[in-house]
Write a new protein. Structure first.
Length: 122
């Protein structure tokens, strides 16, 4: 996100703290973003930045400083819309995340969850 860092950091800390409390209070042991949600976010960021000159620049923002790296603009443009997106995700029970129940602190994954996590982390 391209914004003043202090409000951004405050928002991130508050959102993550609320998320951790939600996970704990609802009996979950783990939270992971789904592959579909990650892909949708990258598509959305690219859509927002497509109306700017950022995608046309040879910048480290795009990974242009690393040979053969795919060019993807990752920062989000606009703090208020970003905060609203984050708030919407939380208000919908952390839509786009896998919430995984555990037993006595041990995380138990079902097959669908394991396959999704393998795609995310490989």
């Amino acid at each position: 996100m391209l914004t003043n860092m202090i409000p951004s950091i405050e928002q991130h800390v508050e959102w993550i703290a609320d998320c951790v409390l939600y996970v704990r209070d609802h009996g979950f042991a783990c939270i992971e973003p789904t592959l579909a949600a990650q892909d949708a976010w990258v598509d959305h960021v690219n859509e927002v930045t497509g109306a700017t000159l950022f995608p046309t620049c040879n910048s480290w923002y795009l990974g242009a400083n690393i040979p053969d790296k795919s060019r993807v603009f990752m920062p989000y443009l606009g703090f208020p819309p970003y905060v609203q997106k984050c708030n919407d995700v939380a208000a919908k029970g952390y839509e786009g995340f896998l919430l995984i129940r555990g037993n006595d602190g041990e995380v138990k994954y079902d097959t669908q969850t394991l396959n999704s996590l393998r795609r995310v982390h490989t």
